[in-house]
Ligand binder design. Structure first.
Ligand code: HEC
Length: 144
C-alpha cells in the first residue's frame, strides 16, 4: 500500500516537473520570435521621430542637423550645420549599429557631443532608424 502511494507521489512529481519545465521552455521558445519581430517599423518610427523633432527636421537644420540622407553618411557632414568638434572628429558612419548606440546614449558614444537626448526603448530606436533609412538614405547632399 505504501509502495503504491509512493509510486503515485513519484508520478505526480514527474508531472509537476514536466509542467515547470514547460513553463520555463515556452517563454524561451517564444522569445526569439518576439526578438525577430523587433526589426524596425518605419510607420511607428515616424511617431517616435516626433520626439526628435523638438531639435531636428528632415530637410532643415534646427537645434540639431537636418536628417535627409543621414543613414549611410559620415557623422558631422551636413555642410551648413555647426557641429560639436567631438562629433565632427568622430569618423562615425551612420548605420544600424552606430545609430542604435548613438540614440541609446550619445554622450557615451561621442563624449563631448552637444546632443543631449537618450531613447531608452530598443524597439523605438530600431523603428526610428528604419524611418531615417527612408529619408533619402545615401543620396548626395545638395550643395548649399
Ligand atoms: C534636445 C535636442 C535634440 C533631440 C531631442 C534630438 N537630437 Fe539629435 N542632435 C542634436 C544635436 C544638437 C546634434 C548635433 C550634435 C553635435 O554636433 O555634437 C544632433 C545630432 C544627431 C545626429 C547626427 C547627425 C549628423 O549629421 O551626423 C543624429 C543621427 C541624430 N541627432 C538623431 C536624433 C534622433 C533620431 C533623435 C530622436 C530620437 C534625436 N536626434 C533627438 C539634438 C537633439
Amino acid at each position: 500500500m505504501t509502495a503504491l502511494i509512493r509510486r503515485t507521489a513519484r508520478a505526480h512529481a514527474t508531472i509537476i516537473a514536466w509542467r515547470i519545465g514547460l513553463m520555463l521552455l515556452v517563454p524561451l521558445a517564444l522569445f526569439p520570435v518576439q526578438h525577430a519581430a523587433a526589426a524596425g517599423d518605419a510607420a511607428h518610427g515616424a511617431q517616435v521621430y516626433k520626439t526628435c523633432a523638438i531639435c531636428h527636421s528632415i530637410d532643415r537644420n534646427g537645434a540639431g542637423p537636418k536628417h535627409a540622407g543621414v543613414f549611410g553618411r559620415t557623422a558631422g557632414s551636413v555642410p551648413d550645420y555647426r557641429y560639436s568638434v567631438a562629433l565632427q572628429k568622430s569618423g562615425i558612419v551612420w548605420n544600424d549599429a552606430t545609430l542604435d548606440k548613438w540614440l541609446a546614449d550619445p554622450q557615451a558614444l561621442v563624449p563631448g557631443t552637444k546632443m543631449f537626448f537618450n531613447l531608452d526603448s530598443a524597439q523605438d530606436r530600431a523603428d526610428v532608424i528604419e524611418y531615417l533609412k527612408e529619408q533619402g538614405g545615401n543620396t548626395p547632399q545638395p550643395t548649399p
